[in-house]
Ligand binder design. Structure first.
Ligand SMILES: C[S@@+](CC[C@H](N)C(=O)[O-])C[C@H]1O[C@@H](n2cnc3c(N)ncnc32)[C@H](O)[C@@H]1O
Length: 233
């Protein structure tokens, strides 16, 4: 395989692992391992604008109905839904015993879903803002960064801003709309602003809407967005 400069790339090998330059993994993804998976359906790309009065807002209501947002108006949703887990520990926990030690999670998975097709065309010729170094780092299968202390933020389950920031950089173009239907302390909104995107959010607890708004305002003090708010396609 050659790239657009005519340079030769690597491809999946049946013996060992070669370097990965301009890598063609078609042989891997067409192998038996992936046999029988549903085929991507071809869907026409439709994009509707969010009415400007509903952009960069957090609605204090349940996200079960998001009538402010027209169909096909959001480019990316980043969220962490309510967990509904208590913090009680199993009494049979086997401390320092090899009988049946429980593995403790030191990681979380990010599930990435795509509506219709896995990729989308950049119809409006919007700008990608991810740098080379970010792209190399964010496309790794393991991300490592510190957890966000709940007490410091004032919400029981905040994720670090770095988490939505990476997803926004990876999956959206400048000026697009990022939705968080469980906004909590406002981390997704802050990440969207940091990446020069718009946000829309829902949060059922008034206390957390106020907390988000306060944190967003604090972030915006002294922050100059290069182009945001001029996005009017
Ligand atoms: C896991 S927390 C999200 C934390 C957020 N990612 C952050 O970094 O701060 C889930 C949030 O969803 C809110 N919530 C629960 N049910 C909701 C609903 N039906 N609609 C909107 N928000 C809801 C909770 O009040 C809580 O703040």
């Amino acid at each position: 395989m050659r790239d657009n400069r005519g340079k030769k790339g690597t491809k999946t090998s049946s013996f060992g692992s070669p370097g990965r330059i301009n890598h063609d993994s078609t042989p891997f993804y067409t192998s038996k391992l992936y046999e029988g998976l549903p085929e991507e359906e071809k869907v026409k790309y439709v994009e509707n604008p969010v009415p400007p009065q509903f952009l960069d807002k957090i609605f204090c209501k349940s996200s079960e109905r998001m009538e402010e947002l027209p169909d096909n108006s959001v480019h990316l949703m980043v969220t962490s839904p309510p967990y509904n887990v208590g913090k009680e520990y199993d009494e049979s926990f086997t401390w320092l015993s090899p009988a049946n030690p429980t593995l403790r999670d030191v990681h979380e998975y990010i599930l990435v879903f795509s509506k219709g097709m896995f990729s989308r065309k950049n119809m409006n010729k919007r700008e990608s803002t991810i740098s080379r170094d970010e792209f190399l780092e964010f496309t790794k299968s393991v991300w490592t960064f510190p957890a966000e202390p709940a007490r410091k933020i004032g919400h029981p389950a905040p994720f670090p801003v770095e988490l939505p920031y990476r997803l926004i950089q990876l999956y959206t173009y400048r000026g697009e709309v990022v939705l968080d239907p469980f906004m909590g302390s406002g981390q997704t909104a802050i990440a969207a602003l940091k990446a020069d995107r718009h946000y829309a959010g829902y949060e059922i607890e008034e206390e957390y809407v106020k907390l988000s708004e306060m944190r967003i305002n604090e972030f915006l003090i002294g922050y100059e967005s290069p182009t945001l708010f001029s996005f009017t396609e």
